[in-house]
Each structure stands twice: as C-alpha cells, then as structure tokens.
Design a protein around this ligand. Structure first.
Ligand SMILES: Nc1ncnc2c1ncn2[C@@H]1O[C@H](COP(=O)(O)OP(=O)(O)OP(=O)(O)O)[C@@H](O)[C@H]1O
Ligand SMILES: [Mg+2]
Ligand SMILES: [Zn+2]
Length: 387
C-alpha cells in the first residue's frame, strides 16, 4: 500500500475526534439533534485546524444511514463514499484553483437537480476567499434561497476577504488555534498508535512550533520519523525544525553582553558563511533582544506561553542578571540603525560588523532609582524620598 502522510491518514472521522473545536462540534450536533440545520455555513479560522475535516464530518452526519448519537457511522455506503471523496452528491470546489466564474455558473445550473443518493446535495467551497467578485455575486442568489435539498459549507482562513453580503447569509463558525497541551495530548496518542518513541518535551517543541495548526504538527512529526526513525529525541526535533539557528543567535547575544568583540565577529561570520542572509540575521537578533527583555520584565510564571527551547530560558535568566533593561533598549536602537543602513548600503556585512562592535561598547545605563539607592547606601548625601 502506498504511504500516506499522517495529516491525510489521520483525518478526524467524527465530531468527537476534532481536537480543540468542542464549541463547534457541540453546536453542530445540537443543530442536527433538533433538526435545525442551517442551509449555509462559513467555517473560518487558522490553517490546519480542522475546517475541511469538519465540513466532511457534517456532510457525513447529515447523509449517514446509521448515525450513532448524531455522529456519522463511517461504515455505511454514504459515509464511505464521502470519506473517499467519490460521493457524486458532494461537490468539493477548491476556490484557489477554480477561481473562474464558470464553476459557480455550473453550480447555479446544477443546484436545482435533486441528489442521487444522499439526503442533501452539498457544496463544500474551500478557500472561498479566493473567489472573484463576479463569482461571489453569482453565488449570492443561490446562497440566499437554495432548494431545500442543498447545503453549502464555505471554508476560509481569511474571512476578511469575503463580502459581508456572503457572510451574512451563512451561519459562521470560528475555528480556534489548538492549544499546546491539547496538541501534546493528541500527538501522544498518535505516536503511541504509530509505535514510535517520542519524548514529551520533543512533542511540546513540535506543538509550539506548529503555532496552533494540527496539520503543521503532524507534518513535522512525519519529517522526524523519516529523519530519526522510531526514536525521536529533543536534539532531532531541534535539528529538523532548524532551531539550532536560534541557539547560535543566543550565543551571539551572550558574546555581545560579555563585550567579547572577537567572538561576536567570528560568530556573525560563521552564520554568514553558512548561507544565512544578513538581513535575516539582523531581524533574528532583534527578536533575541526582545525575548531577553521580556524575560527581564515579565514574572517567570507568565512566560509559559512563550516559545523557548529547553535550555533557552535558563540561559536568558542567567544573561538577564548581567544586563540592564536600559542596555537592552540601546541594543535595540543600534539594531534598528543597522537594519536601516543595510538597506541603503552596498556593504551590508561591514555595516553589521560595525554595529555589532558598537553594541559591545554600550556602557550600561543606570536608572535614576538605582543611582539614588547607590548614593543613599554610600551615605554621601541625604536624599529625600521620591513619591
Ligand atoms: N482539530 C483537529 N483535530 C485533529 N486533527 C486535526 C485537526 N485539525 C487538523 N487536523 C489534522 O490536519 C489535517 C488537515 O486538517 P484540515 O484539512 O481539516 O484543516 P483546515 O482547517 O481545512 O486547513 P486549511 O485552512 O489549510 O484548509 C487533518 O487531516 C488532520 O490530520
Ligand atoms: Mg481546508
Ligand atoms: Zn454512515
């Protein structure tokens, strides 16, 4: 049998298998139970969060011969055909590849014919925001008053690009980003079923880098299995996700804080030699300075949401003791200057090297409060309290 990537093999078959979208599953099941199913739906939300999967589940649930508690059975003829994408009454239109008005014209012509086998003829229009204005206009009339045997499910990552006239004719469902704990729990069950050993911290790294989309997480897992076989550890995840670059930038920042000019220049030149674009290095360095400022300013408990590597937070805590927030602000200004200069100059590399040396020579700025404390403890002068 040909190999199927995890994200295709594991398409959720029932509402209860959709992770992190319980608010949607519950509402849809209720609508089916009370026989109050709308004729047009808009599924919107970030990519890889279950919109297309949910459209298929809803379609199956509405046409299933033997639903179980309003969930599709996944074994009857209709369910099987919908799962395989061969049900003639279910028309999936990918608006991204069929932008033309032709497709919608065809839809308008055919919508009046009754379904052959299913209860409802269902049009699933994916990436609906890609339709042209003419197509939207052509769709409007049908969407407003479709025949009773027709359902529409529109799916999009970008509802801002859909005319309000279309949105207002649909029942709208907002898909959420899947949270890291929910994703980790799901991935744990996936690796168990696949018989692969992946540490929990590696699964956490994968989930963080997927930023809410389950498809991205499964795609990373696929890559890791090809790369690392049945045993996947943190190091492999870090390599596959390219997180080593983040470590090198941390090293660069550490050397700047240590004012070790030779090390700073050598690390920078290494990054360039590895083919990293100079502009990218500067932008990433800006991110690292921002992250360190965050660690310095925010209590540790509030940092959990942030995307730190296993030993990165420890390093940042250690570095934050060595550098003042004023200095970090100066670093940031210098990086902003470098960013501007490299756009104008033909000598981008030299501009960055000069900028990095400037960062190494930043004298720490001491805040007024710190000066007052120092003076008080030195007992040189009686200084009144500041209210
Ligand atoms: N909520 C979820 N629960 C479990 N698996 C999910 C979920 N969302 C996505 N997946 C996984 O990702 C794959 C792709 O999901 P799906 O096509 O439904 O996403 P989508 O929201 O339509 O994405 P896109 O916006 O890119 O079209 C599914 O086959 C499944 O393996
Ligand atoms: Mg989709
Ligand atoms: Zn069925």
């Amino acid at each position: 049998m040909s190999y199927l990537v995890l994200a295709r093999k594991l398409r959720p078959p029932r509402f209860k298998d959709l992770v992190g979208q319980e608010h949607i599953s519950k509402t849809l099941i209720n609508a089916i139970r009370t026989d109050r199913v709308a004729h047009a739906f808009l599924f919107t939300g970030p990519r890889g969060t279950g919109k297309t999967s949910c459209a298929r589940i809803l379609t199956k649930a509405l046409n299933c011969h033997a639903p179980v508690e309003h969930e599709p059975c996944n074994v009857c003829e209709n369910c099987l055909e919908i799962n395989q994408g061969i049900a003639t009454d279910i028309i999936e239109i990918d608006a991204a590849s069929n932008r033309g008005i032709e497709h919608i014209r065809e839809l308008r012509e055919n919508v009046k014919f009754s379904p052959a086998k299913c209860r409802f003829k269902t049009y699933i229009i994916d990436e609906v925001h890609m339709l042209t204005t003419e197509s939207f206009n052509a769709l409007l009339k049908t969407l407003e008053e479709p025949p009773s045997h027709v359902k529409f499910i529109l799916a999009t990552t970008d509802h801002h690009k859909i005319p309000t006239t279309v949105i207002s004719r649909c029942q709208r469902y907002d898909f959420s980003n899947i949270s890291i704990p929910e994703m980790v729990t799901y991935l744990q069950s996936v690796v168990e079923k696949e018989g692969i050993s992946v540490s929990d911290s590696a699964l956490k790294l994968i989930s963080k880098s997927a930023t809410g989309g389950m498809r991205d997480a499964l795609t990373t897992l696929d890559m890791l299995i090809s790369f690392g076989g049945d045993l996947v550890d943190d190091e492999k995840v870090i390599t596959v996700l390219g997180l080593n670059d983040a470590r090198e930038l941390d090293g660069l920042l550490e050397a700047i804080i240590e004012k070790d000019v030779a090390q700073v220049i050598s690390l920078f030149q290494n990054l360039v030699a590895k083919g990293r674009s100079i502009a990218r290095i500067v932008i990433d360095l800006m991110g690292v300075v921002k992250d360190l400022s965050l660690v310095k300013s925010v209590p540790e408990d509030d940092l959990n949401w942030h995307d730190f590597l296993p030993d990165q937070l420890d390093l940042y805590k250690r570095l934050s003791a060595k550098v003042g927030i004023g200095t970090l602000q100066q670093y940031f200004q210098i990086i902003l200057d470098i960013e501007g200069q490299i756009k104008r100059s033909t000598q981008a590399k030299i501009c960055v090297e000069m900028g990095l040396m400037r960062m190494c020579s930043v004298e720490s700025l001491v805040g007024v409060a710190e000066i007052i404390t120092a003076l008080r403890s030195a007992g040189k002068k009686k200084i009144p309290a500041i209210n």
